[in-house]
Design a binder for this molecule. Structure first.
Ligand code: LLP
Length: 415
């Protein structure tokens, strides 16, 4: 079944009519499809079936406990970047032995907690971090399992804000310098070298940058093996793109074949950290048109979702499809779809041809990844409700934030 489908002009996710979901739970409202998430994860997992591998879902893309729990049930691993994400994975029933911990700024407390629960690996991004990890593990009488994240200096050909594998990015250790850091790490008492890692960027729509990065990393792996440093796994990172508009992202099978061919017969488990490709096209943001404003210069549809709910259009000029939930006949006009936040940059889409009336529902597509997780309370707007559709059932997986929750933790000065 196509998890997103139209019946008599009405948009459905699986067997749920989205206009009914909006009626029941109000808008703005994120809605995800269980089947779509599971299909994506399984397709990637299947594509690598011929080789020892672990799909470590990048929690940052969508960290709702119910989403993490679905993936944990499939046997997924997880890529985390904070203590908060670690606790989420544990709360959702994820296996700590399948967690990799990325990120440039791990605190000592985060390291200690990850060591305590026994994660699979720390993806270490600098020498200073390596020293700190050695110290923290030493205090706990443990050895920390480590991959060094190397920066292969490959152009991911994506938006500069989400490109991470170039020399002048803050991520990873330059590939030329990495061998000496490996040697240092090998001599540390509380570090166990288990792997190597890279992540070159996000929303990549061609396979060649992944292959280039892998080639560079493998050269280093081979040099390390010659030096007696044998690794167990290679983590190729995340970054597989999705179709927002007319991009043609790599198919899982093509991606797997290209990588496995390069890997050859090296006895390395392949890890990957996909986020967007698992959840991105599995979700929509539902919003209602509050007002239409027609001017001689421009037409605006003012909707009840804003940049605080979905930041990608404002932050990256990202284009996401916007469709009516119930198609209406009538004249189409060119609209900017804007929110109520007091910023000119507060838009969800610009110059969209739509036939609209106040009260209509719109679905912003491809909002399952980097949608809710990047939302904020700017303009004191409570965060949206999240719904997970499973067949004909719609489950609330996060309640809409209340005013009391919004101000919880704030106090007045004493009189
Ligand atoms: N691993 C690491 C170390 C990462 O930094 C990221 C994403 C991933 C994996 C997952 O990448 P994915 O498979 O989702 O492309 N907010 C931006 C995307 C930021 C991505 C940050 N890192 C957006 O909305 O486009």
């Amino acid at each position: 079944m196509d998890t997103f489908n139209r019946r008599d002009g009405r948009l459905f996710i699986e067997n749920c009519d989205l206009s009914h979901v909006a009626e029941a739970y109000a808008t703005p409202c994120y809605v995800y499809s269980r089947a779509a998430i599971e299909q994506q994860w399984q397709a990637l997992d299947r594509a690598f079936a011929s080789h020892d591998h672990l799909v470590c879902y990048a929690v940052k893309a969508n960290s709702n406990l119910a989403v993490l729990n679905l993936l944990a049930r499939l046997g997924s691993g997880f890529d985390i970047v904070s203590g908060g994400e670690l606790e989420r994975v544990l709360r959702a029933g994820g296996d700590p032995a399948k967690i990799v911990f990325s990120g440039v700024g791990k605190t000592a407390a985060e390291m200690a907690r990850a060591l305590e629960v026994g994660i699979l690996c720390f993806n270490v991004e600098s020498e200073a971090e390596l020293e700190r990890l050695n110290e923290v593990a030493g205090q706990m009488g443990k050895r920390a399992p480590v991959s060094l994240r190397v920066n292969p200096d490959v152009d991911a050909q994506t938006h500069p804000y989400i490109s991470t594998g170039l020399k002048d990015n803050k991520f990873g250790i330059e590939v030329e310098h990495a061998e000496s850091v490996y040697r240092r790490a090998a001599a540390m008492d509380h570090i166990a070298l288990v792997g190597i890692d890279c992540h070159i960027g996000s929303q990549l729509t061609s396979i060649s940058p992944f292959v280039d990065a892998l080639e560079r990393v493998l050269k280093l792996v081979d040099r390390l093996a010659d030096a007696g440093i044998e690794l167990r796994h290679l983590d190729i990172g995340g970054g597989i793109g999705i179709q927002y508009r007319d991009e043609i992202p790599p198919e899982p099978d093509d991606y797997a074949q290209a990588l496995l061919a390069k890997l050859g017969d090296r006895p390395l488990t392949l890890l990957m950290e996909p986020g967007r490709t698992i959840v991105g096209n599995a979700g929509v943001l539902l919003t209602k048109v509050e007002y239409l404003k027609h001017t001689p210069y421009k037409n605006f549809a003012i909707v009840d979702a804003a940049m605080n709910d979905l930041l990608r259009p404002s932050l990256y000029s990202a284009w996401q499809a916007i469709e009516p939930v119930i198609e209406r006949a009538g004249e189409q006009r060119c609209y900017d779809i804007v929110g109520p936040v007091c910023e000119t940059g507060d838009f969800l889409g610009q110059e969209r041809e739509l036939a609209l009336a106040a009260g209509d529902l719109l679905a912003v597509r491809s909002a399952g990844a980097y949608g809710f997780v990047m939302s904020s309370n700017y303009n004191s707007r409570p965060r949206a409700v999240e719904i997970l559709v499973d067949g004909d059932q719609a489950h609330v997986i996060r309640q809409r934030e209340s005013f009391e929750q919004l101000v919880a933790g704030e106090t007045l000065l004493p009189e």
